[in-house]
Ligand binder design. Structure first.
Ligand code: BG6
Ligand code: MG
Length: 217
């Protein structure tokens, strides 16, 4: 059976989740309030525009359309200042090994990210050419937890949703994978990612036998 894998980017391939957090927190602080790590979990995987809506709600604030746009641009500028410093050493432990395994065994894999900066980041870390398909925030109309991003990715790989395996660090992303009828693998903390079919703290915890078993199913 032809199987394919789909990787989220932020928090799965690279630890850009921490840069998103820093940039959003600066925005909130500049507007005069703060938010917690717990609230930050709810921002993971969530599109830029939805994230700002959530944050403003937490701060009990409303912005004009113009100011909303300006704040989104400022956040992204700040975020990109961190991205600019990135190189291949930022690829999270165990990721290169699994990608090389997939390449060596002719198993297709795609990127499925909400980010509009995905291609910029993949280029910075020298992974742009490795993916068989890239679906990002510029390709979708519906944000995670909607399954659209993963369904498009599976289609581009030529695999059925039920034969697709998704790696995600975000609650919204795990939900998107589940709604797409795909196998969901959470990367992170079990206490947040309990809805996933499997959870690992990072890729170094995933044994080759586990991957082989998933591919045989
Ligand atoms: C997701 C991140 O991958 O992309 C979110 O987890 C982020 O934190 C979203 O808001 C959109 O990213 P960007 O780079 O287009 O602002
Ligand atoms: Mg993520």
């Amino acid at each position: 059976k032809r199987k394919g894998m789909i990787f989220d980017l932020d928090g799965v391939i690279v630890d850009t989740a921490k840069f998103h957090f820093l940039a959003w927190r600066k925005l909130a602080n500049d507007l005069g309030f703060d938010f917690t790590e717990d609230q930050n979990e709810q921002l993971k995987g969530v599109s830029r525009v939805h994230s700002l809506h959530k944050i403003l709600k937490w701060g009990g604030m409303e912005l004009s359309e113009e100011e909303f746009q300006r704040q989104m641009d400022l956040k992204n500028e700040n975020y990109l200042s961190y991205v600019n410093e990135m190189d291949a050493t930022e690829i999270l432990p165990g990721v290169t090994k699994i990608l090389d395994y997939l390449i060596g065994n002719d198993i297709p894999f795609a990127l499925g990210s909400a980010s509009k900066n995905a291609r910029t980041i993949l280029k910075k870390i020298d992974l742009l050419e490795k993916f068989d398909a890239i679906v990002d925030g510029t390709d979708v109309t519906k944000a995670k937890p909607d399954p659209e991003v993963f369904l498009i990715a599976a289609e581009k790989l030529g695999v059925k949703p039920e034969d697709s395996i998704v790696f995600e660090d975000a609650v919204a992303g795990v939900q998107a994978a589940n709604r797409a009828n795909m196998t969901s693998i959470g990367i992170g903390d079990k206490s947040n990612l309990g809805e996933a079919d499997y959870v690992f703290s990072d890729f170094t915890e995933i044994e080759r036998e586990f991957i082989e078993q998933l591919l045989r199913k």
